[in-house]
Design a protein around this ligand. Structure first.
Ligand code: F6R
Length: 609
């Protein structure tokens, strides 16, 4: 969604702002713009490349702000693009989030003779700051006063023509961080544009404002009480945020699967003592010993990872779990939630607005909140009481791939930890067996990736399909949903997922020779059942693509399209069946010539509701 950048220091701000805008393209946007002190503003609808073409070579200055906009209020036009200004064109402001009372404020501004020129809620904020920016009032005072009058979510960066050597940034509900470099200070809404300049960062919390000058900065609350903030070191390397020769980030991120699992597991398995260690949960282990119920939440792929987590925790630790989409959970009536309940929020970006709100609701109930988060220092990582980082590295492709397999892996670790903490003698495989198979996962994934051409051939043959059905049972049921989501979001093909056992209850009516079914059927306890389902589909003329570790000879009587995966224990098999589905979606979209890393209408980080 919207991306924010800012720089002030001894260098020319323009190159950082432009490179940064390119680095933020993956988040999804439809217009872009920048303001550089002493030069003015340039905005364009459409791609950053179009903006770049319009920037003269001497467009230089030591301070500036920039923005990629994902339209919410008003069409993606040049007029509605950021930066926005006040009536006197003194204040320039970029905004991420939604100002909920913008209509009310617009009315009030009209009463002061200030008329807005755009359809956006963001301009209202620029005008409001301008209104409070009377002669002699410092920028941060005007910003702090204006922000106390707005409701909603914001991450903002503000520049002033009157004070060209100052920038102000502030946040409430939308991510914003500062990079502290040797040659100046950087503002960014996510870490990736900072990596080439500095590793030292400070995350703004809700209600905080940063005042940046060329040689110094201060962080304060909106009443301007100065705060003592920690500077943290980003441990992501710059290469991991680049394509490394792959045509698309999505393919690169799928191919990183083996290392992602290694990184997620690193230092967390004690093979000798047959136990999993999770440093991020150490402080809450006493509470975890007594928990009786778990609620998992997240959106999209993170929610599907949560559905796998539900099965893992129930199977391995024997604790009852329910999973709810964050956008639903936040609005449910939370009836008498017992205090021995824990909420686990799953999020790659750590910035998803609905997930963050669900956490806030859980906190109101006084229950323990945990995060399974990839982006270190993100809002969800900080909003939760404790948590486990994925260590999957930056995920740039809009479709989540490596984060998803890492999320499932983290759930295995959490389930093992809970099993030990609760002394659970529950079900499923022994801890030793699970740990042993976890360590083999990278090799299994490597072998699937080596057979990428098999998936690619099948994808090419089916690339012109209009619909697809994904089916699976138990651990494969959420993977069916995830596979269907991957296909629809990057290839724009209608795809549905069903529990294989549901076929006879309705969806089998859809089946004909043009409606292929992707059947997830590793050789597990439900293999025979799913095999019966695909027989029924074939009997109605349906084409099958089987993802299996079963008997190829036997399956070849039903279908020629078989994708083999290695055999592991049932609870880890979903991590393996995911990989060919990611490759399949990628290859279909590639065959159809689509913009895989930036599919239409989608944003990487969904920071508004
Ligand atoms: C699908 C996808 C989305 C995200 C969802 C949650 O490929 O990427 O469905 O999984 O928007 O995002 P995070 O995990 O950042 O909270």
């Amino acid at each position: 969604m919207c991306g924010i950048l800012g720089y002030i220091g001894s260098k020319n701000a323009t190159p950082y702002l432009l490179e940064g805008l390119k680095g933020l393209e993956y988040r999804g946007y439809d217009s872009a713009g920048l303001y550089v002190a002493g030069q003015g503003v340039i905005k364009r609808s459409g791609k950053v490349a179009k903006l770049e073409e319009s920037i003269p070579s001497d467009f230089a200055g030591n301070a500036g702000i920039a923005h990629t906009r994902w339209a919410t209020h008003g069409a993606p036009t040049e007029l509605n693009a950021h930066p926005h200004c006040d009536q006197s064109k003194t204040i320039w402001l970029v905004h991420n989030g939604i100002i909920e009372n913008y209509l009310e404020i617009r009315e009030q501004l009209l009463g002061f003779g200030i008329a807005c020129a755009t359809e956006t809620d963001s301009e209202v904020l620029a005008q409001l700051v301008g209104h409070h920016y009377a002669e002699g009032v410092p920028l941060e005072v005007a910003v702090g006063t204006a922000l106390q009058e707005v409701r909603g979510a914001y991450g903002i960066a503000v520049a002033s023509v009157r004070e060209p050597d100052k920038l102000v940034a502030a946040r409430f509900g939308s991510p914003l961080m500062l990079g502290i470099g040797d040659d100046g200070y950087y503002i960014a809404s996510d870490a990736s544009p900072l990596l080439a300049h500095t590793r030292n960062v400070t995350y703004l919390n809700d209600g905080e404002m940063a005042v940046l000058e060329k040689d110094s900065y201060e962080i304060m609350n909106l009443s301007r009480d100065v705060l003592d903030k920690k500077v943290e070191v980003l441990d992501w390397d710059i290469e991991s945020a680049q394509k490394k020769g792959y045509e698309h980030f999505m393919l690169k991120e799928i191919m990183e699967g083996p290392e992602v699992i290694e990184n997620t597991l690193r230092g967390r398995l004690d093979i000798e003592n047959s136990t999993a260690k999770l440093g991020g949960l150490a402080d809450v282990e006493e509470r975890l010993k007594a928990i009786k119920r778990i609620i998992i939440t997240g959106c999209g792929s993170a929610y599907y990872a949560g559905l796998v987590g539900e099965l893992l925790i129930e199977e391995i630790a024997g604790i009852p779990v329910e999973v709810e989409i964050a956008s639903e959970l936040r609005y449910r009536r939370w009836t008498a939630v017992p205090e021995d309940t824990v909420l686990i929020a799953v999020s790659q970006s750590g910035e998803t607005a609905d997930t963050l709100e669900a956490i806030r609701e859980a906190k109101k109930q006084g229950i323990l909140t945990l995060g399974v988060v990839n982006a270190v220092g993100s809002s969800i990582a900080r909003a939760t009481d404790a948590g486990v980082y994925n260590h999957a590295g930056p995920e740039i492709g809009v479709a989540s791939t490596k984060a998803f397999i890492s999320q499932m892996t983290v759930f295995v670790l959490i389930a093992l930890r809970l099993r030990e903490l609760q002394n659970s003698t529950a079900y499923s495989n022994s801890t030793q067996e699970i740990i042993q198979e976890l360590t083999r996962l990278p090799a299994y994934i490597r072998s699937i990736l080596q057979n990428k051409d098999v998936v690619s051939d099948i994808a090419k043959r089916h690339a012109d399909m209009r619909d697809a059905l994904y089916i699976g049972r138990k651990f494969q049921f959420p993977i069916a949903y995830e596979g269907a989501l991957k296909l629809k979001e990057i290839s724009y093909i209608h795809a549905e997922a069903y529990g294989a056992g549901e076929m006879k209850h309705g969806p089998i009516a859809l089946i004909d020779e043009n409606f292929p079914t992707i059947a997830l059927m590793p050789k597990d306890s439900l293999y025979e059942k799913t095999r019966s389902n695909i027989e029924e589909i074939r009997a109605r003329g349906g084409k099958i693509i089987a993802v299996t570790s079963g008997d190829t000879q036997e399956l070849s009587k039903i279908t020629a399209d078989i994708i083999m995966i290695p055999q592991t224990i049932e609870c880890l098999q979903p991590i393996l069946t995911t990989i060919p589905l990611q490759l399949f979606a990628y290859c279909v979209a590639h065959e159809r010539g689509l913009p895989i890393d930036m599919p239409r209408n989608l944003a990487k980080s969904v920071t508004v509701e």
